[in-house]
Structures are given as C-alpha cells and as structure tokens.
Design a protein around this ligand. Structure first.
Ligand SMILES: NC(=O)C1=CN([C@@H]2O[C@H](COP(=O)(O)OP(=O)(O)OC[C@H]3O[C@@H](n4cnc5c(N)ncnc54)[C@H](O)[C@@H]3O)[C@@H](O)[C@H]2O)C=CC1
Ligand SMILES: O=C(O)C1=N[C@H](C(=O)O)C[C@H](O)C1
Length: 268
C-alpha cells in the first residue's frame, strides 16, 4: 500500500485527489497539508470534502508530515511546490508535482533537486492531453513551415498563471518540432497595427472566464484550410486520476525528473 501525503488539500485539485483516492486500490492518504492560514487547518479532511470523518486532520507543516508518506502529491503553487520539493529531498521522498507557472530559474532548481529523489512534474496529468502532446508533434513535423501555428487556452477566472502550463508545453513541443526558438517566435498578445503575420510566429493566446475547467486548441492554418486539435476537460477528475497513477508509479523509480509521458509509457 502506497501512503501519500497530499498538499494543497483544501484546493480544487487537492480535494479531488483525496476524494478519488478513497476508491483507489493500492494507495491511501497518510497526511493532508494546507498553508498555515487556511481555514481548514485542524479539521478532518473528509469532513471538508463531505465524505464523513476518517481521522486525517489537515496540517500546516509539510516538512513534519512528509516522512509519514511514501510519496507526496503537490498541487499548490510554483513557489510552494519548489519549497516542498526541497523538504522531500531532505527526507528522501518521491514527489508528484502538478503545479504550473515555474520560472526558468525554478525549473533549473527542480531539475537539480530531482537528481536526489524521483519526481514527476507535469503541467497536465490527463491521458487525453498527454496523447495530444504526441499528436501535435507529429502534425507539426508533417505540416512543417507551410502552416501558421496558434495555440488557444481557456480556463476559469481563479487561475493565477498565464498562459497555462499545458499551453506552454504545447508551444515548446511545436517549436522544437519546427526547429524554432520559442523565446524568439512566441507571441502572447496582439494589438494595434501589427502588420502581416510573420510566418514563423507561434501564437499563444489566453482566455479566462467563469468556471471553465481547461480547454486547449492547437490550430494549424494555411490558405484554404485549417486543422484544429482540441482538448476539453469536463471536470478535474482526469487530472486527479493521473496524479494518483503517477504517485503509484514514481515510488518504483530511480531519482530523476519524469513527466506523464513516462508514467503513461508514451515516450518514444
Ligand atoms: N498538472 C495538472 O494536471 C493540473 C495542474 N493544475 C495546477 O495545480 C495548481 C493548483 O491548482 P488548483 O487546485 O486549481 O488551485 P487552488 O488554489 O484551488 O489550490 C491550491 C491550494 O494550495 C494551497 N497552498 C498554497 N500554498 C501552500 C503551501 N505552502 N502549503 C500547503 N498548501 C498550500 C492553497 O491554500 C490552495 O488551497 C495550479 O498551479 C494549477 O495550474 C491544476 C489542474 C491540473
Ligand atoms: O489551473 C488549472 O485549473 C489548470 N492548470 C493546468 C495548466 O496550467 O495547464 C492544467 C489544466 O488545464 C487546469
């Protein structure tokens, strides 16, 4: 039985992960963590989630809890996840990180820290999006420079980072497939007399509205036709199921940085 410590337990993702873990075989909740000033601190986690009491109170000190688990699952924020990974390394515990919005400097530190413990880091843990990552690489390689590439993402109005981690990963995949440097060709907004579209641009556009769970469109446009590949998340359950699957998988791995392509066996 894999014992999991879940951080961000009072959040949208943490809540779904804990709820779905109840019905999942081979994994159990060892501890639940929230930030110190969260109103759920000290309350039974299942009471917060409407599941009835089950004897796991929400705590505020990850460094104190992490040693009670075999793995930590963290959907909090870029800063909190990095801090928690530092603690996980101190205790030699594997981690699954779903948070997005890491700076290049933070990514470098994560890569360095993951040399000590196995760590799965993925901006999107759904099977559908991870298959789409593979498909867009192939499509970009086939269509080459003849098609304009635009990525559109839409999320709920509470999301803090933009563009989404998923959209950024898509942009990196396509830039690599087309031999372009995303820092040079990525365009994140357009306004005014922008002139004709440079052919090598990769547009990444963000929408924020209401309770949209998460939608990503990759558009390859030419004269006379366009190809659109769309993923729509109907709920957070596919992300949560992916995180639980990653937690069971990562405890068997050697130290290193992995993503969902590794967990799902999609890497070629
Ligand atoms: N990889 C994936 O499949 C997915 C990734 N995400 C990402 O996961 C992150 C969280 O998303 P949501 O759950 O929607 O946000 P949320 O805001 O609902 O939940 C985050 C929770 O983390 C808590 N938190 C913040 N700092 C903390 C700390 N130091 N220690 C413990 N808890 C702390 C907050 O109080 C909050 O309850 C975001 O970065 C989001 O982009 C979201 C959905 C899917
Ligand atoms: O914050 C969210 O909600 C989501 N974030 C992830 C991202 O930034 O890509 C994944 C998902 O689309 C939901």
């Amino acid at each position: 039985m894999v014992k999991a410590v879940v951080t961000g337990a009072g959040g949208r993702m943490g809540g779904r992960i804990i709820s779905l873990m109840e019905a999942e075989e081979g994994i159990d909740l060892a501890a639940a963590v929230e930030r110190g000033d969260h109103p759920a601190i000290g309350r039974d986690v299942s009471e917060i989630l409407g599941l009835g009491k089950r004897g796991v109170a929400i705590e505020s000190d990850f460094s104190d809890c992490v040693s009670r688990g075999d793995v930590a699952i963290d959907f909090t924020s870029h800063a909190a996840s990095l801090q928690n990974l530092r603690f996980a390394v101190q205790h030699g515990k594997p981690m699954v990180i779903g948070s997005t919005g890491f700076s290049p400097e933070e990514m470098e530190e994560i890569l360095d820290l993951a040399g000590n413990v196995p760590c799965v880091l993925a901006p999107n843990m759904s099977v559908g999006v991870n298959v789409l990552f593979k498909v867009i690489r192939t499509v970009a390689e086939i269509l080459g420079d003849d098609y304009d590439v635009e990525i559109l993402e839409a999320h709920h109005h509470l999301k803090k980072d933009a563009p989404s981690g998923t959209a950024m990963k898509m942009a990196h995949i396509i830039a690599e497939a087309l031999g372009r440097d995303l820092d040079e060709v990525g365009i994140y907004e357009r306004k005014g007399l922008i002139g004709e579209r440079p052919r090598r641009e990769i547009g990444i556009q963000t929408l924020r509205a209401g309770d949209i769970v998460g939608e990503h469109t990759v558009l390859f446009g030419a004269v006379g036709e366009r190809l659109e590949l769309i993923h729509r998340a109907h709920s957070r359950d596919n992300f949560a199921k992916g995180a639980i699957r990653a937690a069971k998988w990562v405890v068997e791995q050697k130290p290193g940085l992995y993503d969902m392509q590794d967990v799902l066996g999609l890497r070629t």
